[in-house]
Design a binder for this molecule. Sequence first.
Ligand SMILES: [Zn+2]
Length: 277
Amino acid sequence: MRTLVMATALLLVYSISYAQPEVAIEQWKGKTILLIGAHPDDDSYSMGTLGMLNANGNEVYIAILTTGNVGTQDPDLGMMDLALIRKQEEQDALATMGIPTDHYINLGYDDGMLEYEDTKEVVMKLVRLIRKIRPDVLFTFDPGKGGQRWHKADHRASAYLSADAARAAMWPLMFQGQITVEGLEAHTIPEYILYDSAEEDKDTWVDITGWDERKIDAMSKYVSQFSSGWSDYKGPELSEEEETEVKAQLRKWIEYRNGIPVEGFRYYKGLPDDIGR
Ligand SMILES: [Zn+2]
């Protein structure tokens, strides 16, 4: 009995310590990182971390599922206008963080409709991307730990479709035409950084000192989302006065722990089958 208790305690300690990256994320080098999100600006949850990882010699790719073509309250903007605006905003934000804009991939789905798309097709496209990019780490919306986490539409779909794609990518007989015809290989993603997690599930905080102000600059590029451009879009440039105001607001979103600017995530390492456990 005593042995059993000790073994259980050891297992618990092991599983808790195993849940953390072996090397601090701030020290990561030479990794290939893929972020999957639903909208152009969903990288805002991890922009500081992504900028830092890119500068530290990691390859960072951003894959966004929808064009963001309905996210406006401006009655004068059409879907095509908004899709183009949001593409430019995303690229400007990435450029501000030093992330190559040709590492931005958009799968072209309509904003707000992701759950109603053909899910097999979406997963197939994500699997193809995973097999091509072969990431060491996947950044994605947290599907939830021990149960489904509430996210708004598209974020919810993005979380589950990404987890399902990560799982399918490792099995060579799933979407096997990508292997037999396209010459790709199955790929198992070993590590996951889950963003927009429930507060109680966050277990990893990345120190973004030196990247926080740059993150604010990058987020201020999303003029159609985080400024008066949301309801009355007048172009990519903000007046000096509004830029100051927008940045002051964005600065309030930066999270601090012990006075240090951070981004908080749930970290997972292991087979994609258990991302949500
Ligand atoms: Zn979003």
